[in-house]
Design a protein around this ligand. Sequence first.
Ligand SMILES: [Ca+2]
Length: 110
Amino acid sequence: MSMTDLLNAEDIKKAVGAFTAVDSFDHKKFFQMVGLKKKSPDDIKKVFHILDKDKSGFIEEDELGFILKGFSPDARDLSVKETKTLMAAGDKDGDGKIGVDEFSSLVAES
Ligand SMILES: [Ca+2]
């Protein structure tokens, strides 16, 4: 399963292209633009598992920094500031990583 099996390649390109400037990343707009918000709960979980590169069941801070690359290999890394902001938005229980339910909530809120 790859990201383009789940999301439209053109939408991914546009969404990644909208946040090329450092510290411009807005996860709410990004999840809308990339088409994730419209997807079924199952598909959102599939996207989570793609972003969980080491298959730990969580998106840890280092994986979160590479979240854009998970959508498009040539995308930039998030800055430390963007990564921390996104972690703070997604990590509801404060354990320092994002689980599948937290990710689904984060998308639903966007
Ligand atoms: Ca992980």
